[in-house]
Design a protein around this ligand. Structure first.
Ligand code: R1P
Ligand code: URA
Length: 234
């Protein structure tokens, strides 16, 4: 049991999927896991452990933003010895070929700042995914009818962005989408020698203004979850 996770040691699997939304965790656990058990309700940040294809998995909400992700990932890694952490999140599309409901596999996560930035000082660290997970996810995605993109994303500290000039430079340099947690997850995984990946579904588009409703963001991103599960146990 930690400050933010009420589970006992042993109640959390070696592999954890991490949606930002705790109710996406509940939906995914009920839909994809056999015998899911709720292992965390502290602060309403729901977590569930169950079985998928004979493999033990936990699905634990991370909350929104890198400070929240940092708390959960730190405790999962340092207190529960989790080995594989896969973010399953929503993101905003930033390229014309990236369509709403497409899946992005985040090879890198650029950022202007993470909770870890203070330790890097002038060093411009490049957070990146675990290659084994990334290639397994790309393979798993090939067998599905969903559009898939592999490349760089941006992890932002803000949802309501006041820097259109920065968006323009990111789009110009090939950034596929924007979300709010992956850069810190990748940084912590590198620090502690764990595997991490972010599998994202495009929920809205910065260029077209399209946007899915909250219920779809909570309950309809099945391809993303299946790609993540297949990658984790490839
Ligand atoms: O849908 P989730 O996983 O929460 O991810 C995205 O959605 C939230 C913003 O609405 C941020 O957490 C962002 O990263
Ligand atoms: O962080 C996020 C998540 C979804 N869509 C966005 O535009 N930003």
């Amino acid at each position: 049991m930690t400050i933010h996770i009420g589970a006992e040691k042993g109640q959390i699997a070696d592999t954890v999927l991490m949606p930002g939304d705790p109710y996406r965790a509940k939906w995914a656990a009920e839909r994809f896991l056999t015998d899911p058990t709720c292992i965390n309700e502290t602060r309403g940040m729901l977590g569930f452990t169950g079985m998928w294809n004979g493999n033990r998995v936990t699905i634990q909400g991370s909350g929104m933003g890198m400070p929240s992700m940092s708390i959960y990932a730190n405790e999962l890694i340092r207190d529960f010895d989790v080995q594989t952490l896969i973010r399953v999140g929503s993101c905003g599309g930033m390229q014309p070929q990236v369509k709403v409901r497409d899946v992005i596999l985040a090879m890198t996560a650029s950022t202007v700042s993470t909770p870890s930035s203070t330790i890097f000082r002038e060093f411009n660290y490049a957070p990146c995914a675990d290659y084994g997970l990334l290639s397994a996810a790309a393979q798993a995605a090939q067998d599905r009818s969903v559009g898939v993109h592999v490349g760089g994303i941006y992890s932002s500290d803000t949802f309501y962005n006041e820097r259109p000039d920065l968006n323009e430079q990111m789009t110009r340099h090939g950034i596929l989408g924007v979300e709010m947690e992956a850069a810190e997850l990748y940084t912590l995984a590198a620090r502690y020698g764990r595997r991490a990946l972010a599998v994202l579904t495009v929920s809205d588009h910065l260029q077209t203004g399209e946007a899915l409703p909250a219920e779809d963001r909570e309950r309809s991103f099945a391809d993303m979850i299946e790609i993540a599960l297949n990658a984790a146990f490839a």
